[in-house]
Design a protein around this ligand. Structure first.
Ligand code: BTN
Length: 268
């Protein structure tokens, strides 16, 4: 059994590090949970306020995108944040980009790692996925009632705890750095940077998020294959759309915007 000596995410160790106004101020910490997203959603359904944060040391039924499982051993950072942004449901993908941009900055600040963003929701460090974001929402017509942003960071556990088929493409901060990261510090930095982007986006719009995403992107300019509901499509990723979609040149002069899909980058 892998044991690591670093600080835990208990309120005692985490809250003193937090410098936000709202994000994480209602803090729910659990040693184990099925899925922090599922719990945060049920809290939001019962009126949980914006900024409610659920963090668990381990998840027994962590959820990934596209109905996948998300393996969540102790040592990772498994969190879900309840948000209630004034945003049309169709623009909710912007919140995923916003969280990704903030996480990339926090990893640079807290771990010295220059990571890149893979559309729509992956954070890659050293070419391997170390974090993913699953944004789930509840809406009624044009009203977004709440959004739960679930973030998983493969932090302080060795990559050999990940299922074998994932290991080629996924990694952990522990393996990349050769030492554990300060999880409470990294989480506090992340929430502070995230809240900053969020507040500015609500005041001035999402241009700053889109620009930061472009800067951090490892997808734009590359030849890619995007797996969509209508099958795989190949092309060159050109830009990010104002609502968070990916603009791809799928043939000479043919630009298509994809709102969802799984991207494979076909060139370095
Ligand atoms: C992805 O497929 O890349 C998204 C993974 C999101 C995983 C996180 S871990 C915390 C939160 N709770 C979940 O059940 N999923 C998200």
């Amino acid at each position: 059994m892998y044991e690591n000596p670093e600080a835990s995410l208990t309120p005692e160790e985490f809250i003193p590090r937090l410098e936000t106004k709202e994000f994480g101020r209602a803090y729910h910490y659990l040693p184990e949970v099925t899925s922090t997203n599922a719990l945060a959603r049920s809290m939001a359904d019962k009126g949980g306020t914006a900024g409610t944060l659920v963090v668990a040391e381990t998840q027994t039924g962590g959820r990934g995108r596209l109905g996948r499982n998300w393996v969540s051993p102790p040592g990772g950072i498994w969190l879900s944040l309840v948000l209630r942004p004034p945003l049309a449901p169709s623009r909710a993908p912007l919140q995923t980009l916003l969280a990704a941009v903030a996480l990339r900055e926090a990893l640079l600040k807290g771990a010295g790692l220059a990571c890149s963003l893979k559309w729509p929701n992956d954070v890659l460090c050293g070419g391997k996925k170390v974090a993913g974001i699953l944004t789930e929402m509840k809406s009624a017509g044009e009203n977004l009632e709440y959004l739960v942003a679930g973030v998983g960071v493969n932090a302080n556990f060795p990559g050999n705890l990940l299922p074998k088929p994932l290991r080629e493409k996924a990694g952990t901060l522990l393996d990349l750095l050769g030492r554990p990261v300060d999880r409470p510090g990294l989480l506090a930095d992340f929430l502070g940077i995230w809240e900053g982007y969020y507040t500015r986006a609500l005041q001035r719009g999402y241009d700053q998020v889109l620009e930061a995403w472009r800067q951090g992107s490892g997808t734009l300019g590359k030849k890619i294959r995007i797996h969509t509901t209508r099958g795989p499509v190949t092309g060159r990723a050109l830009d990010i759309h104002a609502e968070g979609g990916l603009i791809v040149e799928t043939g000479p002069g043919i630009l298509e915007t994809f709102l969802a899909g799984e991207v494979t980058i076909l060139e370095k």
